[in-house]
Write a protein that binds this ligand. Structure first.
Ligand SMILES: Nc1nc2c(c(=O)[nH]1)N[C@H]1C(S)=C(S)[C@@H](COP(=O)(O)OP(=O)(O)OC[C@H]3O[C@@H](n4cnc5c(=O)[nH]c(N)nc54)[C@H](O)[C@@H]3O)O[C@H]1N2
Ligand SMILES: Nc1nc2c(c(=O)[nH]1)N[C@H]1C(S)=C(S)[C@@H](COP(=O)(O)OP(=O)(O)OC[C@H]3O[C@@H](n4cnc5c(=O)[nH]c(N)nc54)[C@H](O)[C@@H]3O)O[C@H]1N2
Ligand SMILES: [Mo]
Length: 686
């Protein structure tokens, strides 16, 4: 379907795609009357969406027509971070930005840093035209590690790519382990398939330190300590071996390095694993029995469990479990962490991003997860030039990056030139020299791959850009012209890029344009006979350069840092609040009303000795800083662990900070990613 017109009411329905960073990548249908969006609903025919949108995205029109939307370019008049601006014309803003970037680039283009993540996951408005621009400039490259890199690289080290089960077949599983994932909050459409399985008699087990909305709807909840998943996986392997619940044939034919991993797992009897995880040995035994004797068994692993020092090793261990029991033999068995690897051959990445425009230059790479330290660094032989300019799009680093007190200080540098492309005056926009008004998904073209399903997607604009806003691609296109970049690729329109984003050999262009989505051709049970996308087709228990996986304890834990744990005895995790998406939607009134205010969940047993009452204002602190919010005393938090639900804007916190004031910048074992959920704190009544 493209658009259906009923001339009388001048109503059109436009086929679109949810742009947000979520495994579900829903197909949306946008109803427009008299040029205004009046309704957004899920496409009933798109199997993963099945007609339903989450609460957040059904409010997408409210967000797009928000009275606070930035609709003209803005130039800073106050101090950095103050958020005082004056409107300025596009020509004046772009002329000045181009002049400033040219002057810096004349000394060293690597002093310019693009900073972006997944505000939109679009192939055009994400790193399409922007990547062309920064490659041509020779700017620093950005290592996009902030979300999924530990798990993503670990999965690829094991299976050769980010590949796994089809979403739909979970409905046929008989046992589903929902592991480090809270789908009712963060992947609602997976939950629908899990519920179908549940109704057909499947057992659902949730493995999560927090008693989430999902955990309370599963048959069993295993509330392990943050960062202990690797130990749990080893304990499960021990039991699978001890009871011979193994698929020996599958292991022999399709797994490299199993004999050595077997020896390691035999060092992890249930008692040892249970002690590390803070659960009972019977929990480990029962879970192993269920997993070893139920077919088909499926694991929905998600990124919540890899935001700790040992996140990469833990993902390697968990993702090998399906090989032990031969779960991959069934289409409803195996594992899904990310499906994005299936899109690799289908997306024309090199054409969209044009790395060839580097023309032999090899700029340094800056890790987005250490932006706090890096903005405060001087030039040095190891680091390269001091960062002199940052261009931010699709991201809000001052709120979302770890140890963000330092991020805010870095962005407050008066000698830093900062441009932020945004919809709203976020914490990051408050630090900009220029804020440029960007369009939303209702106003621009895009094409999308997905990481929780295998449908290629198209997004058509439903309405014209609001105010003076321009799409990211259009902003970089016009900036390119001012920089004197005259390669023909800078003239490609948004529409042309969206329509040519996929390889026509793999994505049927006619179907994509007609329905708005098109499924990739992938076998139902792609690894029933091995055939993983590793060089030899085998799963790698022993991976080149990494060796065997092991349990790696947190940076901050009583075992690895007893002195720190004595002062800061509580482990803090900071998973998403249900009605926000990272720091997006925080300012949408109806969703904010649902979340009320920043809060910390705490078990009554931890609150009592600290004299903290339910609803009391608390100080959450460690050596890095302090965050003030309200305490919510309940059993969503297990004893010893507090949950600082995110991600509020810093300026909404009771003392101008948010939960990332407390997190640190040390990186994961694999993938150079942040360890947000590896964080010790103390809590006191404020
Ligand atoms: N509503 C909503 N939806 C979202 C998002 C959002 O912010 N809000 N964010 C989107 C994005 S960017 C992403 S990456 C995904 C994230 O979605 P998920 O990958 O599911 O990750 P999280 O929601 O961060 O964490 C999932 C669960 O992991 C638990 N957890 C924390 N530490 C551990 C641990 O050490 N071990 C185990 N087993 N579990 C642990 C948390 O308590 C949480 O309930 O969701 C997307 N969807
Ligand atoms: N403590 C803690 N910190 C975390 C996490 C956590 O669980 N705990 N989660 C981490 C994870 S998983 C992630 S993915 C990161 C997320 O980090 P980010 O990707 O920075 O996510 P958001 O905070 O949602 O910010 C996205 C911004 O992009 C803007 N935007 C959306 N669409 C467009 C567009 O078309 N054009 C432009 N120019 N702007 C647009 C939105 O208005 C929004 O302000 O945060 C990480 N930080
Ligand atoms: Mo993420």
């Amino acid at each position: 379907m493209t658009t259906t017109a009923t001339p009388a009411a001048a109503t059109r329905v436009v086929q679109a795609t949810c742009p947000h960073d979520c495994p579900d990548t829903c197909a949306m249908q946008v109803t427009v009357e008299q040029g205004r969006v009046v309704r957004i609903h899920g496409d009933p025919d798109h199997p993963p969406t099945h007609g339903a949108l989450c609460t957040k995205v059904s409010r997408y029109a409210e967000r797009s027509y928000h009275p606070d939307r930035v609709l003209t370019p803005l130039r800073r008049v106050g101090r950095k971070g103050e958020g005082r601006f004056e409107p300025v014309g596009w020509d004046e803003a772009l002329d000045d930005i181009a002049a400033r970037l040219k002057a810096i680039a004349a000394r060293d283009p690597q002093a310019v840093l693009p900073y972006s993540y997944a505000g939109t996951m679009g192939l055009v408005q994400g790193d399409g035209m922007a990547a062309r621009f920064f490659h041509r400039l020779g700017a620093s490259l950005l290592d996009r590690t902030i979300c999924s890199n530990a798990g993503g690289e670990a999965l690829a080290a094991t299976y050769g790519g980010k590949v796994g089960m089809h979403l739909e077949w979970y409905a046929e599983s008989k046992l589903i382990l929902i592991w480090g994932s809270n789908p009712i909050t963060s992947s609602l459409h997976f939950w629908t398939f899990a519920q179908q399985a549940k109704r057909a008699g499947a057992k659902l087990v949730c493995i999560d330190p927090r008693r989430t909305e999902t955990a309370e709807k599963c048959h069993q909840h295993i509330a392990l300590l943050p960062g202990s998943d690797g130990a749990l996986a080893l304990g499960l392997m021990h039991e699978l071996i001890a009871h011979d619940w193994l698929d020996h044939d599958y292991l022999a034919r399709h797994v490299e390095g199993w004999p050595a991993l077997r020896e390691r797992a035999l060092q992890w009897p249930p008692e040892r694993a249970a002690a590390v995880c803070g659960i009972t040995a019977d929990d480990v035994r029962q879970l192993a029995r269920d997993y070893g004797t139920t077919k088909p068994a499926a694991i929905r692993l998600n990124y919540g469990m890899q935001r700790v020092r040992g996140g990469g090793n833990a993902v390697r261990l968990v993702s090998l479990l399906p090989c032990l029991v031969g779960a991959w033999r069934h289409r409803a068995g195996g594992l899904l962490l990310s499906a994005s690897g299936w899109f690799r051959p289908a997306v024309r990445t090199a054409w969209l991003q044009r790395p060839d425009l580097l023309a032999g230059r090899r700029p340094r790479t800056v890790n987005m997860s250490t932006i706090g330290d890096d903005l405060l660094r001087a030039s040095s032989p190891g680091f390269g030039p001091k960062i002199e300019a940052v261009v931010v799009y699709n991201s809000n680093p001052v709120a979302v990056a770890p140890e963000n007190g330092k991020v805010a200080r870095g962005f407050a540098r008066e000698d830093l030139f900062t441009v932020v492309l945004e919809h709203f005056r976020t914490d990051t926009a408050d630090h900009a020299d220029y804020v440029l008004p960007a369009t939303t998904q209702l106003e621009h073209w895009d094409a999308h791959s997905a990481y929780g399903h295998t449908y290629a997607m198209l997004n058509r604009p439903a309405i014209a850009p609001l105010g003076q806003s321009k799409s990211n691609a259009e902003i970089f296109r016009t900036l390119a012209a001012r920089m004197g970049f005259d390669e023909p690729c800078f003239a490609d329109s948004d529409e042309a890029m969206a329509l040519a984003a996929f390889d026509p050999e793999r994505v049927d262009a006619a179907q994509l344009q007609q329905r708005g989505w098109c499924k990739l051709a992938i076998a139902d049970a792609p690894f029933a006979e091995g055939g993983f996308p590793t060089p030899g087709g085998k799963a790698l228990a022993d991976a080149p350069g990494l060796g065997l996986p092991d349990h790696v304890p947190n940076y901050e834990s009583p075992q690895s840092s007893p002195e720190l744990a004595a002062r800061y005895p509580l482990a803090m995790i900071s998973p998403p609040a249900r009605h926000f998406l990272n720091s997006t939607f925080v300012n949408v009134a109806s969703l904010r009303a649902a979340e009320q205010e920043p809060r910390l969940e705490m078990h009554p047993q931890d609150a009592a000795p600290r004299g903290i009452a339910d609803g009391a204002a608390v100080r959450v602190f460690n050596d890095r800083g302090e965050y003030r919010c309200k305490a919510a005393l309940n059993d969503r938090a297990r004893p010893g662990v507090v949950n600082g639900l995110g991600i509020w804007w810093r300026k909404d916190g009771l003392a101008g900070t948010n939960v990332n004031e407390l997190t640190h910048q040390r990186l994961t074992d694999i993938g150079r990613a942040p360890s947000f959920y590896d964080c010790l704190v103390e809590v006191a009544a404020a």
